[in-house]
Design a binder for this molecule. Structure first.
Ligand code: C5P
Length: 238
């Protein structure tokens, strides 16, 4: 996978998506469709985005019993997205079932979507992990443990904070992909994210891909902000 900047299309419906994409003219993007949009529009939004030539990360974060996840993935594989994900907290049997479902559902001759696991949400702090989720370990250790389980289960990578990437790469290797949200320019509002870094830092830390949402989608001039992110991420001047 090239090192993409993935724009999180966190919009309530396809109307806002189409308005937003108009800023980008015919440019082909890597976009993320999450639960807000998918639960409203269903598979038709994926068909639309694919017709426009965009690459797609379908961020539904599946987390259920293995049999249900296998069946759900079998159906989702037919949509032909590029990346899809589960919560690593679902365990190894569930993660293996996810990959099996994707393999079963991918049409003959097509590539199965990459399957990655959410380790800990980038909105979760160590304090919340300890006091609310009752995980007594260090956040960084938990992330690494979940990432190791994901690799053992046959997944292609993880969603994590860029801050965790160097350890994951060191232990699990460079081919295990790291998709990292929680990205902000120095001038941006942090919002509900806890662990944020700049695109340049994400690059230096070795992220495979960055996910950027509100900083671009809520900007007055999305294309300008997008270009700024791209230049920071790719290390080129615009
Ligand atoms: O607006 P912002 O840049 O914070 O958007 C980040 C996107 O990445 C959101 O769509 C969010 O659901 C997603 N995400 C995340 N942390 C994870 C996994 C996904 O922020 N661990």
């Amino acid at each position: 996978m090239q090192r993409p900047l993935i724009i999180a299309l966190d919009f309530p419906s396809s109307i806002e998506v189409k308005e937003f994409l108009r800023h980008f003219d015919q440019q082909q993007l890597f976009v993320k469709v999450g639960m807000e949009l998918f639960y409203q529009e269903g598979p038709s939004i994926i068909t639309y985005l694919k017709e426009q030539g965009h690459s797609i990360f379908l961020d539904l974060k599946l987390h259920d019993i293995p049999n249900t996840v296998r069946s759900a993935m079998k159906g989702l594989a037919k949509l032909g997205v590029d990346i899809i994900n589960v919560h690593a907290a679902g365990g190894t049997a569930m993660m293996q079932a996810a990959v099996e479902g994707l393999e079963e559902g991918t049409p003959a001759g097509k590539k199965r979507p990459l399957c990655i696991a959410v380790t800990q949400l980038t909105s979760t702090s160590e304090k919340v992990m300890k006091e609310e989720i009752w995980i007594e370990k260090k956040l960084a250790d938990t992330v690494l443990h979940y990432a190791s389980l994901a690799k053992k289960s046959g997944l292609d990578g993880v969603v994590c904070s860029s801050l965790e990437v160097p350890t994951i790469v060191e232990i699990l290797g460079k081919d295990f992909i790291t998709v990292t949200p929680g990205i902000r320019l120095a001038t941006d509002a942090i919002g509900d994210q806890e662990r944020v870094v700049s695109p340049e830092t994400a690059r230096n830390l070795g992220s495979t891909a960055i996910v950027v949402g509100r900083s671009i989608t809520k900007a007055n001039q999305p294309i300008q902000v997008y270009r700024q992110f791209i230049s920071d991420w790719e290390g080129v001047t615009i």
